[in-house]
Design a protein around this ligand. Structure first.
Ligand code: GLU
Length: 513
């Protein structure tokens, strides 16, 4: 049987990294098995809909290289692939379930439900619908429908017995039916809930493998009951363990941070006596400030690096190898390598992956990525970006670092003369002044301002000054860059700045010594 997998995001306006990882596994499994990868937009929760949010999904998948075989924008035999456009698909199945006794109309008012919920909560119990409307007679139901009373359709979960399903990661999962709530299948607005739509659509779209976050694990027994009631074969379930982070945690309602406490429950204070935020292990979350895919891209991470790192968060190729292109992953991905325990996203590891990917770019590709960042602070007509790129490539971890790394070229930073003092280079304030004074005419005498000429001329002049290389080159770098750490050394910087600017900076720095 042909494998058919689907990625079924809700349009939230951003691509959560955990969701992108789900998409990736879903895509890779389809490619590995020669199957089909389907994109379905789950937008039945109309309140949550964000304008342009669907475009974010298309763009994210495209940037990540996860091309779908069927979906809203590319079509396919099982369309439409947007749930709100499938509105009329669900009701007949809901009615079929009502007929067979697996579902029922519910006319309970919001007030009644809220009261019952409050009552349950007061007793410390989790609210479960009490099947109040299950006991309405056929005639009573019809009369209410005829009178136009608002209604929902609920799943009728058996009051006894067990419901379960098999999961590739979690094995056989089984729960007592009496712990399950009679979920709403069709809402008052006529749209299906996720709980219903996922079953109907996965079946109608011929999905063979459902991969999704394990937050759906506890509802999956209910979905299986629906498959059984409709006489359908359930798909193979793969509930993925979550992507976690270690980080601060804030209360979603109040926005207040969870604060660290010691064993006695007292606040932990920092050296200034201020309370310290607690660091907890929690699910990755945009609302807690963790980055989305778009956030990482806009900070200058390469999508290839993100994809490579993400795939390893929860899947192991069972070996030491860490670097894979998407194409290579399409050959080796398997369900057996999926992790049974949660994985942790580490910003440091992400950065490391990115730096490795940046290092491997061709100089042209590097420049392509770097140019927009360099242009934020440097005029491309004034600086040799190609040379700058060569000097920067191995030092770049994320592209967003670049403006700060090159800003000194656009504008001489303020700096302290203490920077001239360097024990290792045997540079003191006095030796720096002597060296720079002697260097001034040497530099002025160079007519063809190339790095090679700068190097050869200055190096040839140093012995005559009776100084060590470091005693000249160190202050030269400080005097023209204003900082200790620069991409390239004194010659490269002088070359990039050009003769006039180099001499201008040298004079200004000398005047301050
Ligand atoms: N729309 C669901 C979500 O975004 C998808 C769950 C599923 O894959 O079944 O979480």
């Amino acid at each position: 049987m042909e494998v058919r997998t689907r990625f079924a995001p809700s349009p939230t306006g951003y691509m959560h990294l955990g969701n992108l990882r789900t998409a990736l596994y879903t895509y890779l499994y389809a490619r590995r098995t020669g199957g089909k990868f389907i994109l379905r937009i789950e937008d039945t929760d109309q309140k949550r809909e964000v304008k342009d949010a669907v475009d974010v999904i298309y763009n994210s998948l495209k940037i990540a290289g996860l091309n779908h075989d069927e979906g809203p924008d590319v079509g396919g035999p099982c369309g439409p692939y947007v749930q709100s456009e499938r509105k009329d698909t669900y009701m007949p199945y809901a009615k079929q379930l009502v007929e067979s006794g697996h579902a029922y109309y519910c006319f309970c008012t919001k007030e009644r439900l809220e009261e019952a919920r409050a009552e349950a909560e007061a007793k410390g119990e989790t609210f479960k619908y009490d099947k109040h409307c299950l006991h309405l007679s056929r005639e009573e139901v019809q009369a209410k429908l005829d009178a136009g009373e608002p209604y929902v359709i609920r799943q009728n979960i058996p009051t006894e017995g067990k419901a379960g399903f098999d999961d590739v990661i979690y094995g056989h999962v089984e729960v007592d039916c009496d712990t399950l709530d009679d979920n709403v299948l069709i809402k008052a607005d006529g749209l299906p809930t996720y709980n219903f739509a996922n079953v109907i659509d996965d079946h109608l779209m011929g999905i063979t493998h459902v991969m999704r976050g394990n937050e759906y694990l506890s509802s999956a027994p209910k979905y299986n009951l629906l498959y059984e009631a409709l006489g359908w074969t359930p798909p193979t379930y793969v509930h993925l363990t979550p992507v976690m982070v270690e980080g601060t945690s804030k209360n979603k309602k109040t926005g207040e941070y969870l604060m660290a406490t010691d064993e006695d429950g007292n606040p932990v204070l920092d050296e200034n006596g201020n309370p310290v935020k607690a660091i907890v292990k929690r699910k990755m979350s945009k609302s807690q400030g963790d980055p989305s895919f778009e956030d990482l891209l806009s900070e200058g991470y390469l999508s290839e690096a993100i994809v490579n790192y993400l795939v390893l968060l929860g899947w192991s190729p069972r070996g030491e190898r860490e670097f894979y292109t998407l194409k290579e992953l399409e050959e080796v991905f398997d369900l057996e390598g999926l992790s049974k325990s949660p994985s942790f996203f580490s910003s440091e590891k992400m950065r490391w992956f990115n730096a490795e990917y940046i290092r491997k770019l061709t100089p042209e590709a590097y420049l392509g990525h770097a140019t927009p960042w360099l242009e934020k602070v440097l005029d491309p007509a004034k600086f040799d970006f190609r040379r700058l790129g060569e000097l920067l490539q191995n030092r770049t971890e994320v592209f967003s670092q670049l403006p700060d790394m090159v800003r000194f070229l656009a504008e001489m930073p303020e700096f302290s003369n203490d920077l001239y003092i360097n024990k290792k280079q045997k540079s003191t304030l006095e030796s720096a002044k002597t060296a720079l004074t002697a260097l001034r005419p040497v530099l002025e005498g160079i007519s063809d301002w190339t790095e090679a000429n700068l190097h050869d001329t200055v190096m040839a002049a140093i012995p005559g000054l009776g100084m060590k290389n470091g005693q000249v080159l160190w202050p030269m770098r400080i005097a023209i860059s204003g900082q200790m750490s620069t991409p390239g050394g004194a010659f490269e910087i002088a070359y990039l700045l050009g003769k006039d600017e180099t001499l201008r900076r040298l004079d200004a720095s000398l005047a301050r010594l």
